[in-house]
Design a protein around this ligand. Structure first.
Ligand SMILES: Nc1ncnc2c1ncn2[C@@H]1O[C@H](COP(=O)(O)OP(=O)(O)OP(=O)(O)O)[C@@H](O)[C@H]1O
Ligand SMILES: [Mg+2]
Length: 397
């Protein structure tokens, strides 16, 4: 089926275009098109873009060609065709303005039919190519960052919330924080949010996701990022399986540059599914022997399952001198370098209790410095990508 926007419509032309089954023609009269206030962009709405724009033969030629240029530049997946008596000079000028085809007003029905089929094919090919390009761009760009730890209470939610705040500074409204601690998720408390919707709403009764509706289930945080909050009921975990988690994160990755995922303690099926979709893992441990040993075990299991993202960031939280362990000891047990050390500090727990991530705290103590270091690991990476793309003459927004 083709959606056809007919500019400069007259009854005869509208009839000729509508007679093919499945075509939906939206006619706009010449009088409207030639008003000074007319702007074709008002009719080119995202999600309702026409496949074909037909420029009627009564339209002023210059006006028609400038509409063609505008549509071609802004929406290359829409084909523009023109109804006019073709002479060679005029056809050339029309083609230069982005017109795909020119057909005489008195052309046969068969010629009209062929013109519409060609325009429709062209539009579909361009639409598919654009979707593929966008997906490829996103696949390189989007970071799905999963924050994990074998033990509870080591600071995963604190770190996830601060990561979202910091990354939103870099990419406003292009970050989503997902509370995947399906049983006892408390991201809403960490951020002082009262969400109208939660993660379980994102799945229809069929268990699949409606990608068009997904954004409506997100809550906006005042620091310019989105949050998909956990469900109030721990029973939600039973209704959401690994497949749904993978589908959810894959969907979000097509819509956001950064997807930050907070998880529950240990490796339940949801966390494993998230790691399968992840390209970055933040492994958090507190500075005690049992936590550190468990991190080692967790990393071994993930390596065996082959789902540990190659890009990992090991964060040692609650660091203090009283623990009896040094950073070297931790590294020796875990077998990974410690990338960021977050000191135990009252400012962190105070801010969590107030529902304001410590990064938003103006004072900026030592814990803030550490959080910034962690964020820099992702933001720097992004900058490096941008530099290398520019180097290659590509444009990374
Ligand atoms: N560096 C720190 N210094 C002081 N308190 C901290 C620090 N990091 C986290 N906390 C506090 O520790 C508590 C647990 O942190 P958080 O909720 O982030 O852990 P979690 O790993 O998400 O826990 P759970 O596994 O239960 O979800 C919170 O009250 C938080 O404010
Ligand atoms: Mg938590």
């Amino acid at each position: 089926m083709s959606r056809i926007l007919l500019l400069g419509a007259d009854g005869g032309l509208e009839f000729r275009l509508s007679q093919y089954p499945g075509n939906l023609v939206v006619p706009v009269s010449r009088a409207v098109v030639e008003r000074p206030s007319f702007d074709v962009r008002d009719l080119m709405l995202e999600g309702h873009l026409p496949d074909i724009v037909v420029l009627g033969s009564d339209l002023n030629r210059t006006n028609a060609l400038s509409i063609a240029s505008l549509v071609d530049a802004m929406h290359p997946e829409t084909s523009v065709v023109m109804i006019a008596d073709p002479d060679s000079g005029m056809v050339l000028e029309a083609m230069r303005s982005g017109v795909r085809d020119v057909v005489a007003p008195d052309a046969s029905d068969e010629e009209f039919r062929i013109m519409l089929i060609k325009a429709h094919d062209h539009s579909s090919r361009r639409t598919i190519r654009r979707a593929v390009e966008e997906k490829a761009e996103r696949a390189v760009e989007s970071k799905v960052i999963v924050v994990v730890s074998p033990k509870g209470g080591v600071g995963k939610s604190t770190i996830s919330a601060n990561l979202a705040v910091g990354l939103a500074d870099e990419a406003p409204m292009d970050v989503v924080l997902v509370d995947l601690d399906l049983q006892f998720g408390d991201i809403a408390t960490h951020l002082d949010l009262s969400p109208a919707h939660s993660l379980s709403d994102a799945f229809a009764s069929s268990g699949s996701i409606d990608s068009m509706l997904l954004k409506t289930f997100l809550t906006v945080h005042p620091s310019n990022f989105y949050v998909l909050c956990g469900s109030d009921s721990p029973a939600a975990a039973d209704r959401i399986g690994a497949k749904q988690v993978r589908e959810l994160l894959a969907q979000l990755a097509t819509q956001f540059r950064y997807v930050v995922v907070d998880t529950g303690a240990g490796l339940d099926e949801h966390t494993l599914a998230a790691l399968e979709e992840a390209n970055e893992a933040v492994v958090v441990s507190s500075m005690d022997v049992s936590s550190v040993r468990n991190v080692r075990k967790e990393i071994e299991v993930l390596a065996q399952l082959n789902i540990l993202p190659t890009s990992r960031h090991f964060v040692l939280n609650f660091a203090d001198r009283q623990s009896g362990m040094s950073i070297r000891d931790v590294e020796a047990v875990v077998g990974l370098p410690v990338n960021v050390v977050v000191p135990r500090s009252p400012e962190v727990s105070l801010s969590a209790n107030r529902g304001v991530p410590v990064l938003l705290d103006k004072k900026g103590g030592p814990a803030v410095k550490s959080m910034r270091q962690l964020i820099k690991r992702f933001a720097d990476d992004r900058r490096a990508q941008k530099d290398s793309a520019q180097h290659k003459g590509l444009d990374v927004a």
